[in-house]
Design a protein around this ligand. Structure first.
Ligand code: GLU
Length: 300
């Protein structure tokens, strides 16, 4: 059950990232498997080498050692291009000229999570429409999602179902600036690196359907999933890089790695009381069945 941690180097790691890193490490190591590290630095505007290096140092400080070489998505563009071409040849890719405002105007945000599902507007463009719009702006490129039900069983959140066309919509696989999009790159990397189990935040529960759909279309293997509850603040908001007090730079000044790991282990019901622990000590008692599908409140 080879696992991985796939952070985006867009800022300093915060407690939520540490939690995802620790849990994915625990899942892999408790099954005697490798744990790979992939830096998701596809977006040249938001990613930086400085943050990528810092993630590596922070993981070392926490005692979470990865296996093999670190994979950088920014160095794998030729591989994404190859699979992107295959989708194009299958006639599953079309240019989309919609702006965010266009999309908002045609679709109401989803009631539960404010998600907007693309209605497929540009799928209906004729070659003549496309040619004339191309002269005005660069399009993004979408993959046609099949109109079918997708299901998988998540180890923590149980049975997951979605209609790919209605709940996910045609997804962007290449942006207007030429960068390959997250969904395409993740699917290819997880498959080619032999990842068998993906452990990450529950905000990506729906992405799993999209990634499975891309993999199936390309004849690539799919993974098992364990999505994690999110760490939230007392207002119910997800912890993010904006919560300055919980980023590792600040936490390191006040706590040892053992204190941080012990706190996460306690908050996620792995240990019955809060006590400093190394990752290895948590591993000795880790049982994923103790995890609950319930967000975890952290007060700053
Ligand atoms: N790079 C993504 C993030 O940092 C995670 C993607 C994944 O685990 O599939 O949120």
């Amino acid at each position: 059950m080879t696992g991985r941690f796939a952070p985006s180097p867009t800022g300093r790691m915060h407690l939520g990232n540490v939690y995802a890193a620790l849990l994915s490490w625990l899942f892999a190591k408790s099954q005697g498997s490798a744990w790979l590290l992939r830096i998701e630095d596809l977006d040249p505007e938001r990613s930086s080498e400085h943050y990528a290096d810092q993630i590596l140092r922070d993981l070392e400080w926490l005692g979470l050692t990865w296996d093999g070489d670190v994979l950088y998505q920014s160095r794998r563009k030729a591989i994404y291009e190859y699979y992107y071409d295959r989708l194009t040849r299958l006639e599953l890719v079309y240019p989309c000229f919609c702006t965010r405002a266009d999309i908002m105007a045609t679709q109401a945000p989803h009631q539960t999570d404010n998600r907007i599902v693309y209605a497929g507007t540009c799928r209906a463009l004729t070659p003549a429409d496309v040619a004339s719009m191309m002269t005005r702006r660069k399009p993004a490129w979408r993959m046609i999602m099949p109109d079918r039900q997708s299901t998988y069983t998540d180890l923590i959140y149980g049975e997951q179902r979605a209609n790919l066309r209605q709940q996910c919509g045609d997804i962007i696989i290449r942006r207007a600036d030429g960068a390959f999009a997250y969904q395409l790159a993740v699917t290819i990397d997880d498959a080619l690196c032999g990842i068998q189990q993906v452990v990450r935040g529950r905000d990506l529960l729906l992405s799993a359907h999209q990634q499975m759909a891309i993999a199936t279309t390309l004849g690539l293997p799919t993974q098992h999933y364990a999505h994690l509850p999110l760490l939230i603040n007392e207002h119910g908001q997800r912890l993010s890089k904006r919560d300055e007090s919980l980023h590792l730079g600040v936490l390191k000044e006040h706590y040892t790695p053992q204190q941080i790991i012990g706190m996460i282990a306690y908050k996620s019901h792995i240990t019955p009381y809060m006590t400093p622990m190394t990752a290895q000590e948590v591993l000795n008692i880790f049982d994923y069945r103790n995890l609950e599908p319930k967000d975890i409140v952290i007060s700053a």
